[in-house]
Design a protein around this ligand. Structure first.
Ligand code: NDP
Ligand code: MG
Length: 394
């Protein structure tokens, strides 16, 4: 068997670490070509020691010099690069077969697009990249012939439940709608009048999943589900109306596909990202992920409820952006990134997050996307708008 060379963008994060865990179980099948990190240099150093990548990529020259010298002293051959362009160049390197896109937020867009344009197998965790650049991203996939495999557990589940040929339109393969499940996060039943005062620690304590801070806050506000709604529309060529959000607190069913004959197909599993990661790495084959078998007798019952849009205004905002189309999703995403960062650094309260996003969306009307620069401009304007809101409030 030839070894598939993998580049992990965002290796030091939650998805990156889980990806390396799966890869390490299959040393004959996967090789680590490049690992990238941004601030957690201790983690990246340990990963380089263990996995011997050809390249490591860090944010700046100072970090690069320190890591390069440590690795050299340990007799390692890894070459350390730095900067945004290096991220794109390792992702597009001709020796790479698969790219795990697991940088958080808009920073992941350029290297993920570079991997797509180079026609790689792209394992997409970085949903913000697709939300920002939807049509451009999907057009680039078509032009290059890249194989896009969703890592987000819901989209991976939907992918597993879709019939072949879904790319030609959901109606043509008898799919009526997508049922996107949501855990409801830590505040599903939290007293509504106390939501404004919750701390970043409370928001990051997700009941079922262990994840990075940004996506944890997104899950608590349910903006994560809003971003996933937009992600599902692009990945499966669905309209926002064809995607129904269903709250399922146990996170055992990862999403479902409803067919015109009344059949509903679901994918189930323990809430552990190594399952979708292993699925996407090996597809169309299957490999061991290290995840324990699902014990349905232990789970015993599966609950479902409608999402509470009063409690979670981000759901309404994301649906509105999905329906508006054009640059609206980039504005939604950028304003959300600024608001989440401000919440994590305790500059604003939890319930200010949707207020900031709403303000940006209503001040920056959706425009038809012209090109990547246009998307980056919408992203920049939304960030400036949110920063002004913060400056006036704080
Ligand atoms: P983490 O915060 O744990 O990791 C983020 C990664 O991105 C880290 O490697 C970080 O480096 C790197 N990074 C951060 N900022 C930059 C930057 N400006 N330039 C380059 N690299 C950067 O996040 P997660 O792993 O939880 O999530 C990653 C992506 O996957 C997100 O888009 C998220 O929505 C998505 N996702 C995550 C899931 C999960 O279960 N965790 C589930 C589904 C999707 P460093 O740590 O060194 O600073
Ligand atoms: Mg998800």
């Amino acid at each position: 068997m030839t070894t598939s060379q993998v580049c992990i963008l965002g290796a030091t994060g939650s998805i990156g670490v889980s990806t390396l865990d799966v890869i390490a179980r299959h040393p004959d099948r996967y090789g680590v070509f490049a690992l990238t990190g941004h601030s957690r240099m201790d983690v990246l150093q340990a990963q380089c020691m263990e996995h011997d990548p050809v390249y490591a990529v860090v944010a700046d020259g100072k970090q690069a010099a320190v890591l390069q010298s440590t690795l050299q002293s340990a007799g390692k051959q890894t070459r350390v690069l730095h900067g945004a362009e290096a991220l794109s160049s390792v992702a597009a390197d001709e020796r790479v077969d698969a790219v795990m896109a697991a940088i958080v937020g808009a920073a992941g867009l350029a290297p993920t697009l570079a991997a797509v344009q180079a026609g790689k197998r792209v394992l997409l965790a970085n949903k913000e990249a697709l939300v920002m650049s939807g049509s451009l991203f999907m057009d680039a996939v078509k032009v290059s012939g890249a194989r896009l495999l969703p890592i987000d557990s819901e989209h991976n589940a939907i992918f597993q439940c879709m019939p072949p040929g879904y790319a030609d339109g959901l109606a043509s393969v008898g799919v009526r709608k997508i049922l996107l499940t949501a855990s409801g996060g830590p505040f599903r039943q939290y007293p509504l009048d106390q939501l404004a005062g919750v701390s970043p620690e409370q928001a990051c304590a997700h009941p079922n999943w262990s994840m990075g801070q940004k996506i944890s806050v997104d899950s608590a506000s349910m903006m994560n589900k809003g971003l996933e709604l937009i992600e599902a529309c692009w990945l499966f060529d669905a309209s926002p109306q064809q995607v129904e959000i269903v709250v399922h607190p146990q996170s055992v069913i990862h999403s479902m596909v409803e067919y015109v004959d009344g059949s509903v197909l679901a994918q189930l599993g323990n809430p552990d990202m190594r399952t979708p990661i292993a699925h996407a790495l090996a597809w169309p084959e299957r490999i061991d992920s290290g995840v324990a078998a699902l014990d349905l007798l232990q789970v015993a019952c599966l609950d479902f409820e409608s999402p509470d849009v009063e409690r979670f205004p981000c759901l309404r905002l994301a649906r509105a952006a999905a329906e508006a189309g054009g640059t609206a999703s980039a504005v939604l995403n950028a304003a959300n990134e600024v608001a989440v960062e401000a919440f994590l650094s305790r500059r604003i309260g939890f319930t200010d997050i949707p207020v900031i996003i709403d303000d940006a969306l209503s001040s920056l009307p959706a425009e038809t996307v012209r090109d990547l620069d246009h998307i980056l401009q919408a992203d920049r304007l939304a960030r400036e708008h949110a920063a002004t809101w913060l400056a006036n409030k704080v």
